[in-house]
Design a protein around this ligand. Structure first.
Ligand SMILES: Nc1ncnc2c1ncn2[C@@H]1O[C@H](COP(=O)(O)OP(=O)(O)OP(=O)(O)O)[C@@H](O)[C@H]1O
Length: 371
């Protein structure tokens, strides 16, 4: 069994607590992404698993064993760093087999593993090339090769693709996922890139200021973020967050009152100070005079397949609408009608920012308003 359990794990540097009481489990063979803004503690958490940092409080279990005091070399991990950490004066082959020679594996086994890895990452033919003569993308693939030949049950990656351009990143992401589906190691992948998180992770752990905000599948994080922070961190353009008040069945955005559907008021009765969360694709622009809100177009961008429009509501709130397919052309300054797709609207408590509609196991704990 090669799972990882964080049991109340905290980490401080001096008086500063940078990781705060992490409690979650990564299953054997699972691909989990740590996602969050710079400084939220992603790398530190990964380094706690690798054993490069000591845990200040709590316990970390790997494969059922508490590893708080276990040296990194004993943890059976393979790691890939942003900087690649290759030996520039050695050729590709030497870089890849270096760790295996130290492990004193047999010559045949070393050759087989290295050849398989080179083939998997389309590096056959590069064996004799000096690392310093390779491009960034090639170096990154050598670093991946060097990690996968170890065949370790734990695979840790710290922003491994951040030095690559957009196109190479996409290829590298696909390579990584493919390798993982073959190796089925327990994988942790650190990134601050939400697209990478959505495409690589089977689950995403979102961190903020050293605390875990949510750990869930990409779909769940996108559809049902636990709070306004998670909501705003995933999606591009980001989810619209609109300050509003619910009063007796109406949503007040500034002075404009919009009647709420019964199934929402059945759950959110009385008064609530909220942040309305609505993704750009759930805001429709219409010429229909009966639209729930009126706004004016600030600008619109058309990328062929997608139209993205920034709109001002009557109270000055700026929101984004985005939709695919043919649309009528909207001009800057034009007045338009705005319609929310209510079934996809979220409500966050204004003070705590907590999602008032987080569903548990597919069910909305406040009722079935979303179904
Ligand atoms: N050796 C250290 N001594 C003191 N503080 C540290 C040390 N390493 C990290 N920190 C602090 O811990 C916090 C978390 O840092 P960490 O590098 O884990 O964040 P991160 O989410 O990986 O950020 P980034 O995406 O920028 O790498 C930061 O406030 C950082 O300044």
């Amino acid at each position: 069994m090669h799972n990882i359990i964080f049991d109340n794990v905290s980490k401080s540097y001096g008086n500063k607590e940078v990781i705060k009481q992490l409690n979650f489990e990564i299953q054997e063979g699972e691909r989990v992404v740590f996602l969050g803004p710079s400084g939220c503690g992603k790398s530190t958490t990964l380094r706690l698993v690798a054993g490069f940092e000591d845990i200040t409080d709590g316990k970390l279990f790997m494969g059922g064993t508490c590893v708080n005091n276990m040296a990194p070399g004993k943890r059976n991990i393979a790691m890939v760093f942003q900087s690649y950490a290759l030996f520039p004066h050695m050729d590709v082959w030497e870089n890849i087999i270096f760790g295996l020679k130290i492990q004193k594996l047999g010559k045949k086994e070393i050759e087989k593993r290295a050849k398989d890895a080179l083939e998997m990452l389309h590096l056959d033919g590069f064996e004799q090339r000096l690392v310093k003569s390779l491009s960034g993308g090639q170096k990154q693939r050598v670093a991946l090769c060097r990690a996968i030949v170890k065949q370790s049950p734990y695979f840790l990656l710290d922003e491994p693709l951040s030095n690559l351009d957009a196109q190479l990143r996409q290829q590298a992401r696909q390579n990584l996922v493919r390798i993982h589906e073959i190796n089925k190691s327990t994988m942790i992948y650190v990134t601050h890139d939400q697209v990478e998180a959505m495409t690589v992770g089977q689950r995403i752990a979102v961190l903020r200021d050293g605390t875990l905000q949510q750990i869930a599948t990409p779909r769940e994080i996108y559809d049902n973020p636990s709070n306004a922070f998670v909501a705003s961190f995933i999606g591009s353009p980001a989810m619209n967050l609109i300050t509003a008040d619910i009063v007796d069945g109406h949503l007040f955005i500034g002075k404009v009152a919009v009647p709420l559907p019964d199934r929402i008021t059945a759950v959110l009765t009385g008064k609530h100070s909220v942040i309305v969360g609505i993704r750009p694709e759930n805001i429709h622009i219409t010429t229909d005079d009966r639209a729930m809100l009126k706004g004016s177009c600030r600008y619109t961008e058309n990328t062929g397949n997608l139209q993205t429009t920034q709109l001002y509501l009557a109270d000055g709130t700026a929101i984004f609408s985005q939709f695919a397919g043919e649309t009528y052309e909207i001009k800057a300054g034009e007045n338009v009608g705005i319609q929310f797709l209510w079934e996809n609207v979220l409500f966050f408590d204004r003070e705590t920012e907590i999602n008032l509609y987080v569903r548990e196991k597919g069910e909305n704990k406040y009722g079935n308003y979303r179904n």
